[in-house]
Design a protein around this ligand. Structure first.
Ligand SMILES: NC(=O)c1ccc[n+]([C@@H]2O[C@H](COP(=O)([O-])OP(=O)(O)OC[C@H]3O[C@@H](n4cnc5c(N)ncnc54)[C@H](O)[C@@H]3O)[C@@H](O)[C@H]2O)c1
Length: 342
């Protein structure tokens, strides 16, 4: 427990930023929001009013001069992450950065180096790692509940289209990054092995007309993984999926199978044409991972107060980015891709 509250500067108060704002301002005792930054100054001002933040700005560099800011939470579009994270680290501020960490591996490497040079924490927003059912799964896998792990299937589907910048692969990398970064992270984390080869297919099937507007747009994808420890994996991604936010994982071991995300009233099960066996679904990722977001924010403050290594590190963010870029290269070339990328 810290002696004083960790002073947070929130950069970007859109969809994800609103979740972190609520946590840091109202749901955690050891944090307070000192400053809000958003390119839209009115949005920053409104959020400062709601959260009691003393300062608000439209440029993150102004907030980095505020002494009471210990740490920066970056919830801006992906293409802005690296600049803000590096500036924050170089100002001696700890950094929480939403996934995907950056657009390129060069940017990711610069973010990691800046944090190391300045001895500040760099945590990436992989909230599934902090969600109770994923924590329980991790623990039970380590205890050998299903024997040796042989195959993982991870489904990640978003309900509606994300903001414009996220639909455009030039500013977001594409849905494999925007939605399925979490599945890549889950696969590495639960299987405890890195991917050595993958093959991907992607297509715009739900909203094909968006291909005209955003070059390289796709809304459905499948990625086949081969891990270094010889285990296999499949990730399936879709956005928009319309019916809700769906995050499910199945792990097949030599002694059994484990299903994660299928708890009562959390699964989406459609059975027959008479609408039998329907189950409730989560309207959004905010509801599905409410506890995960809270616990990742609590963990960030705890790492700062107690000088701990974050559970979702810059290196984890980089590894996931590399898988995302490799999968993108695979579906574009029609070839399997061997890791690491050149
Ligand atoms: N972990 C999750 O489950 C999850 C869920 C949603 C979004 N995200 C991630 O969060 C990030 C933000 O996504 P979003 O959906 O909230 O986006 P958004 O478009 O809803 O919000 C982005 C906000 O950032 C502001 N902004 C843009 N450029 C800025 C800059 N240079 N400086 C300051 N403010 C700036 C915009 O005005 C906007 O208010 C992305 O990296 C996204 O992938 C993560």
């Amino acid at each position: 427990m810290s002696l004083r509250q960790v002073g947070i500067c929130l950069v970007g108060v859109g969809r994800a930023g609103a979740v972190h704002a609520r946590n840091y301002a109202f749901n955690l005792r050891d944090t307070r929001i000192v400053a809000i930054v958003d390119a839209n100054l009115n949005a920053a001002k409104a959020c400062a009013g709601e959260t009691g933040a003393e300062f608000y700005y439209s440029d993150h560099r102004d907030a980095l001069r505020v002494k009471e800011v210990d740490a920066v939470c970056i919830s801006t579009p992906t293409f802005t992450h690296a600049r803000i994270a590096i500036d924050a680290a170089e100002s001696g501020k700890h950094v929480f950065c939403e996934k995907p960490m950056a657009l390129t591996l060069k940017e990711a490497d610069e973010m990691i180096s800046a944090a190391k040079r300045q001895h500040v924490i760099l945590q990436i927003g992989f909230m599934r790692r902090f969600s109770p059912e994923f924590q329980a799964a991790k623990r039970q896998l380590a205890e050998g509940a299903i024997g040796k792990l042989t195959l993982i299937k991870s489904t990640g589907r978003g309900p509606g289209l994300p903001p414009t910048w996220a639909c455009d692969p030039r500013t977001s990398i594409g849905m494999l990054a925007e939605v399925n970064s979490h599945d890549f992270d889950t696969a590495r984390w639960l299987m405890e092995s890195e991917v050595e080869r993958l093959y991907a297919e992607a297509e715009a099937l739900a909203v094909p007309e968006l291909k005209e507007r955003y070059e390289g747009f796709y809304d459905r994808s499948v990625v086949v993984l081969r891990f270094r420890n010889k285990a296999l994996g499949v990730i399936d991604g879709a956005c928009p999926a319309k019916y809700g936010y769906d995050a499910r994982v199945e792990i097949l071991g030599t002694e059994g199978v484990m299903l994660v995300g299928e708890r009562n009233n959390q699964a989406v099960i459609i059975c027959t044409k008479q609408r039998g066996a329907y189950s409730s679904s989560f309207p959004s990722w905010r509801d599905r991972f409410r506890e995960g977001y809270l616990e990742e924010d609590r963990h960030f403050a705890d790492c700062i107060a107690n000088d701990k290594e974050p559970l979702a590190s810059g290196e984890d963010g980089r590894a996931v980015l590399e898988l995302t870029l490799a999968a993108t290269k695979s579906f574009k070339t029609g070839e399997p891709i061997t890791l690491p990328l050149e």
